[in-house]
Ligand binder design. Sequence first.
Ligand code: ZN
Length: 386
Amino acid sequence: MTVKLYDNDSYLKECRATVLSCEKKDSTTFELILDQTVFFPEEGGQTPDKGTINGYEVVDVQIKDQAIIHTIFCKDSTDPFKKDDSVMCRIDWEHRFSNMQQHTGEHIFSGFVYEKFGYDNVGFHLSDSIVTMDYNGPISMEEVMELEEKCNKAIFEGKKVSACYPSDSELQALNYRSKKELSGPIRIVTIEDVDVCACCAPHVNNISEVGILKVLDVTNYKGGVRLSILCGMRAFLYFRTCIQRSKEISHITSKPEDEIVSAVEAQKATIGLLQQQIFSLQKDALKEKVAAISPDAKNVVLFTKNTDTNILRYQVNELTESHPGYCGIFNSTENGYNFIIGSKEKDCNDLAVVLRQKFDAKCGGKAKMIQGSLVAPEEEIKELFP
Ligand SMILES: [Zn+2]
């Protein structure tokens, strides 16, 4: 059994420890068990602490039968530690403190959800990039906003956080979250006036250290809701990015920040109108070319530029109604042409074979219509539509 020093003092950043065992895991990693540790393992949906042991990077921390197993990265030694060696453990404090902020934030939100609705947090995930909580009942967006505000007010008030191991009889009398699922010695984490919950992880001592709690997203999930939140420095960095983005959009649209949404909507509407105009201009330009074709022509070929594929397809279909041979439109691109060829009476796949042989065309389709791309001079393409 490893003594969990973070249990009593979540602010302990380093400790000396004695090696109980060190076993090679693979070519570059070893599994190290110590008599005591400051490293919190992966547990309860939370990713493990990062840090070093005697300078070796700790890449994973797991708990198994009350033994905490540190996986260290070590490629330059076949035998980094022996039993009874004294080692120095140091956690990545910035990473740990961020986890403490996010995790305590979860307690605050879940405590208020439990108080208001009686819902449990049935799924929790805390990684380096995301914090999500799942509740087993519906919560509306309006209610989420109210809860978020309540959480931040509690944070500003600075409620104390404490942890203890109550006796069985004390536990019986206690109303706390996660009451049913656990066995063995139960650690109770209490945030005054906010939450009482069974939990093994490190938390901040006073919720004012959470700084701020912001809900990022709410989605329906398994009959309840999944929320994602940001606390502390993560929330601060997110706000910084949001403000930067907002300023950039303000600069691009030449509108003050509080008008950027309507400015973008107006631009979107303008783009829609312009697209419609371009579409009809392309259609008219193609119609003019079609009007110049002799009505007696068996095969027809036209060359266009920057024309929408839907217009090309529509026009090819129209042409096949009055010309029995191959009707093709070749739309010029940066290198070569995109094309659509149709026919009422001929098999377009026969022409596809020729296009592949002659110009190495990439094309496919059905007997009545093929489409593809090729690189070839206009004059040589015309020869295929006599
Ligand atoms: Zn906790």
